[in-house]
Design a protein. Structure first.
Lengths: 406, 258
């Protein structure tokens, strides 16, 4: 036991006494994540502000009498150009295609007359709009024109025809729409976060285990420093455990740093990017949930470290090790992604699949669906495979061919 | 007390290694039926050219390699079955095994002391003694990475002796050292002998073997071709110094693989 402790202490001090390593492992990622997300959010909000500031350029053909006044009365802001009914609109369409004009609105000829003289069975007059959905200005100008100007113009004309509009409504649906929503807030917000978090946690843990593990095992083998421990009376298994435990601690720390970075940065981006502010980013954990989550992460990181070390110990060079680890990394990524897109309740035995089971468990935990059996399956499969890997690595430490290329 | 009985070590060669060594055989016999005994209070030298099998033999003694055939025992413990006991008794130094370059000699000394299960007080005492002897105090807090070759070697020697081992196995201990440092190392080995330890070294430096070793075993192509005190070897080969004796034996025995 003392041997394990000594090795863990040395491994940790190796990392923490190296300023460059500390910066690249724990500080740079956070700065980068927050920086990137803040930049993304800033760019998105700049874009939005730019569209809002833009005064739409709108051409109207066959403009009905009094329409200009109407627009003024609802204070619609836009550069309006009126086109004669016999002029060619092709030039305007070209302008829209090239992004120089935003919207072309064509009223049917004799628009107001057909409305005033309307009889049952007559053709209903049409307002036709031309716009370019691939241009942000055009898209948003058209939406605004249709939703505000044309919609209230229609209301006004309806009122002229029928007088009291309430008699037309007959009935309302959901006057107070907020009160008609019945859902468990925790579960709903857990669902959004729950689809994202298992993915993030599983792959962030692995990413840090990967970079650290290859250096701590293959790197030391290459430098000839691993063998120095092999000539001490300490058990091979203790050396392996010392390595794995210290790597687990470092990976957890690194992942925690990432997670904090994400939690700080994510709302910063979302706040700027969209109106749907309620993304379920605030959520509360119960004590049991926190303990369960920690248990999953602890066993998972041990398994990851074992996987990386298992590969690293057989590789001759760090480059070789990285090449061998990459396929495992991809499997981990895919396992996390499957949980993001899958729906329905998976059978319990799925939870016994290492890596995937843990991703499922974290998801289930956040939505409150995780059962004790499922959790036990996930934990046992992690610990079981981790133990097997520890045994394999220990025997590799005893193998002269692996250790000395002999 | 090292006892080697008929030690044979065969390496399997990969295709790449076979190409590199320009051989069509996929096996290489690094050590071939070597037997020797060395006991307390003597310095035993394994002398031989590069690639003769010296390092392999020493690694077998140090439990790092398993004999293909034959067996090795140290202080009565078998190196394969009782590796942990053997490792308690030995201090092993070789060029390929290095101290972690990111740490200071002092940290490494303490680290390996603890791995050997020694309490901190004893480690401190041993450190004082060994660091003073080799003059490590001046650079004990520097990173090993920043040390010169000689300093590194001194630190490595001190660390390998942290647990005051009964058997000292040094693979070419003066390799790359200047004459002053080399002398301080060989002097210390003599001192260890006086303390009743068994020292076994490998070397290809004739003068070192002549002056330092009580008994010399000459290894050529994995086989021990002769063994004895300097005088016995000179008498056997009817030569006047070790270098001549060595070349005579070399001519005689290096006829394989023609």
């Amino acid at each position: 036991m003392n041997g394990i402790k000594t090795i863990v202490a040395k491994e940790l001090s190796r990392v923490f006494s190296d300023k460059k390593l500390v910066v690249s492992l724990f500080i740079l990622p956070v700065v980068l994540i927050i920086g990137i997300y803040a930049l993304m959010g800033q760019l998105a909000s700049n874009q939005e502000a730019d569209i809002e500031k833009h005064v739409p350029i709108i051409a109207i053909q066959n403009e009905p009498e009094g329409f200009a006044d109407f627009m003024k009365s609802i204070s619609f802001n836009g550069k309006i150009k009126t086109i004669e009914s016999d002029s060619d609109i092709k030039a305007y369409k070209d302008g829209i295609l090239k992004g120089k004009k935003d919207v072309l609105v064509v009223f049917d000829q004799g628009f107001l007359d057909s409305i005033t003289n309307y009889k049952d069975g007559d053709k209903i007059p049409e307002v036709k709009t031309y716009y370019n959905p691939s241009e942000d200005y055009s898209q948003s100008a058209r939406t605004e024109f249709v939703d505000t100007v044309l919609a209230s113009y229609k209301q006004q004309l309806l009122q002229q025809r029928f007088g009291n509009l309430e008699s037309l409504s007959v009935f309302n649906v959901d006057v107070n729409s907020d009160s008609s929503v019945i859902m468990n807030e925790d579960k709903a917000s857990g669902k959004v976060l729950g689809s994202l978090l298992p993915y993030l946690i599983t792959f962030m843990l692995f990413a840090s285990a990967m970079s650290l593990g290859v250096d701590a095992i293959t790197g030391e083998k290459e430098r000839g420093t691993l063998a120095s421990m092999l000539i001490t009376p300490i058990k091979r298994r203790d050396i392996v455990l010392g390595k794995l435990i210290s790597l687990s601690i470092l990976s957890m720390l690194s992942a925690a740093v990432y997670a904090v970075g994400m939690i700080v940065a994510f709302p910063m981006m979302m706040k700027n990017m969209s109106d749907s502010a309620d993304l379920g980013l605030t959520m509360s954990f119960s004590a049991v949930q926190i303990i369960e989550l920690l248990a999953i992460m602890l066993t998972l990181v041990f398994l990851y470290v074992g996987l990386v070390a298992g590969v690293a110990v057989f590789a001759r060079t760090a480059k070789e090790a990285t090449t061998y680890v990459t396929p495992i990394y991809i499997i981990v990524l895919v396992a996390g992604m499957i949980t993001m897109v899958s729906s329905g309740t998976p059978d319990s035995y799925y939870f016994a699949i290492p890596v995937y089971g843990s991703a499922l468990s974290i998801q289930g935990l956040l939505t409150g669906d995780l059962t004790t059996v499922q959790l036990a399956f996930a934990l046992l499969s992690n610990v079981g495979l981790g133990a097997i890997l520890t045994a394999v690595i220990s025997s590799a430490f005893n193998n002269e061919k692996v250790m000395f290329n002999a | 007390m090292i006892e080697i009985n008929n030690l044979t070590k065969v390496y399997k060669l990969s295709k790449k290694q076979m190409q590199e060594q320009k051989t069509k055989k996929n096996m290489k016999k690094a050590v071939d039926g070597v037997s020797l005994k060395a006991s307390k209070g003597e310095i035993y030298g394994l002398l031989g050219p590069n690639g003769a099998g010296k390092t392999t033999t020493l690694r077998c003694i140090a439990t790092l390699l398993k004999p293909t055939d034959g067996n090795v025992s140290v202080c009565g413990f078998d190196t394969v079955k009782e590796g942990e006991e053997v490792r308690k008794k030995i201090g092993f130094l070789t060029n390929e095994i290095k101290l972690d370059p990111q740490f200071s000699p002092e940290y490494m000394f303490k680290f390996f002391g603890r791995l050997h299960g020694i309490d901190d007080k004893t480690i401190k005492e041993r450190q004082e003694k060994l660091f003073s002897y080799f003059g490590i105090h001046d650079f004990k807090d520097k990173k090993i990475n920043d040390l010169s070759t000689g300093m590194k070697q001194k630190a490595a020697i001190a660390v390998s002796l942290v647990h005051d081992p009964e058997v000292i196995i040094f693979d070419e201990p003066t390799n790359g050292l200047d004459i002053v440092t080399a002398r301080s190392v060989t002097d210390y080995l003599k001192q260890l002998k006086e303390e009743g330890k068994l020292v076994i070294i490998s070397t290809h430096i004739m003068s070192e073997a002549e002056k330092l070793c009580d008994r010399i075993g000459i290894i050529i192509n994995g086989k021990k071709v002769t063994e004895g005190t300097l005088n016995e070897i000179l008498e056997e080969t009817k030569t006047s110094d070790l270098e001549d004796a060595f070349f005579q034996l070399y001519k005689e025995h290096n006829v394989e693989e023609v």
